[in-house]
Design a protein around this ligand. Structure first.
Ligand SMILES: [Ca+2]
Ligand SMILES: [Ca+2]
Length: 568
């Protein structure tokens, strides 16, 4: 911990890089927790599905336009300050489940000079330092190539680094292949894309063999291809259609701060929303995040009951604050989701609905292809650079493909690791898997994290909630019965649950029963300990989302366990 702090000094000149690499080689691969989940993925079938879709957009042409607009310049970096590891009052209360060894924040120097942006960037650095109780350093960057930026990141990595946050416009690395998805019917043809894996893999070898400024080979070099750190991009300059960069960044960092202050209410309940072409894939992996029964798994279905279509997504899913994390799986381009039913759902429509989940996994080609947007907008950006008070981060891709092999991602999130760590864990799992390397490259090399990578989705790191999993009721369920007599007929919602395990420190005093309606948690009843059943009379023909907590004799309330009921 302290090594990171002591390394972060402005004087780093000749010889430092060699020293850094030496240290790097000596360090164990401690940051990456690759998990072999043993799952096999039918990458060929997935490529077949992708090949059916043509958005009619020439992403490659847009990429070349982007490259011409932003030529590389020599880099000037300036060390600003760092916070070392300190023991805050919060750290005495609870281990928030974070175990980061250090975070480096790199901000565009011109942006940092702005008097609206600077205090907010400083506050962000402070927030993540306190939240994760890990060292955080801030440097500002002018110009720069991906290589010079990576060299700087490497120096920090040598001293202990878990991840990097890039704020504002900063260099991007590009990757190209002559024939993407070559294994599927002749392939998709030439492709290039921005590739943040370049900054995540610090010991593999990256080569541009034809010397056109775009990487085309990635081998293990002296290390491996897998990532060692995570990267997150907070770049509001990609969303120029919606305001100035400073305005958009300020608004984003303000809502992000409410998260870190513990003032953003969110529920431990998820949504996995899967369109037609993947309707037969399992979404069981999603249980890893909030638990079995703690997510809506909506899949397109060929019946009148189908709920997966454009207007349902826009009107009912995006504005719903019941969802703490959402995964959406549709065909896409940088401009829109393409739903099987209801048609195209444009970035502007997503943006204007103010998406309310804290985080999104957007599975769809080019959804996070910010370069294609030429500074105007892109789909992934529309999810977070908007007026929503809660939407903070997106994982998606800058090329065709997206995430597959989800288990490691949601396992990591379920352990309340931050999004960056989960993204790193997932990427490491894919790159260390026994799948054909071509599949990994074609499907995953564009994966990118847009927004704050330090947020977690079960609870805010560093903010005490005084609760543990063990203190929560379990097996909470709702069933319906008809109560019929000669003169009346009514329906009852019968709620039941099990007490928390007796191993809990303080005994339960009572349970609090809530219903989540109209984006708010409404208290229904207090139920004394010893009673594990509740009847709600005159139940209506609608959706019910019940939450129950256990309050112990010390007055601490557990987080909610959910039971969702809807009459078919
Ligand atoms: Ca090249
Ligand atoms: Ca590596």
């Amino acid at each position: 911990m302290t090594r990171f702090f002591s390394r972060c000094k402005p004087a780093r000149k000749v010889g430092w890089t060699l020293l850094g690499i030496g240290l790097l080689l000596a360090l164990p691969q401690a940051q990456t927790r690759a998990r072999d989940t043993g799952q096999r993925i039918d990458y060929r079938e997935m490529s077949r599905i992708l090949s059916r879709f043509d958005p009619g957009i020439d992403h490659m042409h847009l990429h070349f336009q982007h490259m011409q607009s932003y030529p590389f310049q020599p880099m000037r970096n300036r060390y600003r300050y760092s916070y070392g590891s300190v023991h805050t009052q919060k750290s005495m209360i609870e281990d928030a489940g974070s175990s980061l060894s250090g975070v480096l924040v790199l901000a565009n120097a011109q942006l940092y000079d702005d008097d609206q942006a600077k205090p907010r960037i400083d506050r962000y650095v402070q927030d993540i330092h306190v939240g994760h109780e890990c060292p955080v350093a801030l440097e500002t960057i002018e110009g720069g190539s991906p290589e010079s930026l990576k060299a700087l990141i490497r120096e920090y990595y040598a001293a202990g680094l878990s991840g990097v946050v890039l704020i504002g416009r900063l260099p991007a690395a590009w990757f190209e292949v002559p024939n993407d998805h070559y294994w599927w019917e002749g392939g998709y043809g030439y492709a290039n894309w921005t590739c943040d894996l370049f900054f995540m893999d610090l010991d593999g070898q990256w080569e541009d063999r034809d010397g056109n400024g775009i990487y085309d080979f990635h081998t293990q070099g002296l290390g491996d291809r897998g990532p060692e750190i995570f990267i997150g991009r907070i770049d509001a300059s990609t969303m120029g259609s919606y305001g100035t960069e400073v305005e958009l960044l300020a608004r984003y960092l303000d809502k992000d701060h409410t998260y870190w202050a513990g003032d953003l209410e969110f529920q431990n309940y998820g949504l996995v929303y899967t369109d037609h072409d993947w309707a037969n894939t399992s979404t069981y992996y999603f249980r890893n995040l909030y638990g079995l029964g703690h997510y809506d798994a909506l899949k397109w279905q060929d019946s009148l009951d189908n709920r997966v279509y454009k207007q349902d997504y826009l009107d009912l899913r995006l504005p719903d604050t019941f969802y703490g994390f959402t995964q959406i799986w549709t065909h896409a381009a940088y401009t829109h989701h393409s739903f099987h039913m209801g048609g195209d759902c444009y970035e502007s429509e997503v943006n204007s609905r103010n998406p309310r989940s804290l985080g999104y996994n957007i599975n769809g080609c080019h959804a996070c292809d910010w370069a294609a947007g030429l500074g105007n907008y892109f789909l992934g950006g529309g999810y977070i650079f908007n007026h929503s008070p809660s939407s903070l981060a997106v994982v998606g891709t800058t090329k065709v493909g997206g995430m597959l092999g989800f288990e490691s991602f949601y396992q990591s999130l379920g352990e309340n690791h931050c999004l960056g760590t989960a993204f790193l864990d997932w990427f490491a799992d894919r790159l260390h898997s026994s799948e054909e390397y071509g599949f990994i490259l074609g499907w995953h090399y564009g994966m990118v994290l847009i927004g704050d990578p330090l947020i977690a989705f079960r609870r805010v790191p560093g903010v005490s909630t005084q609760e543990t999993m063990e203190a929560m009721p379990s097996n909470f369920s709702c069933r319906r019965e008809e109560n019929r007599s000669l003169f009346t007929r009514e329906y009852l919602n019968i709620l039941s649950w099990d007490s928390p395990p007796s191993a809990v420190v303080s005994p339960v005093s009572h349970y609090c029963l809530y219903e989540f309606v109209s984006n708010a948690l409404v208290h229904i009843a207090d139920i004394p300990a010893g009673t594990n059943r509740y009847l709600q009379r005159n139940a209506e023909d609608r959706l019910y989302r019940y939450g129950i907590t256990a309050v112990n004799t010390s007055g601490h309330e557990s987080s909610c366990v959910w039971a969702v009921y809807e009459n078919d």
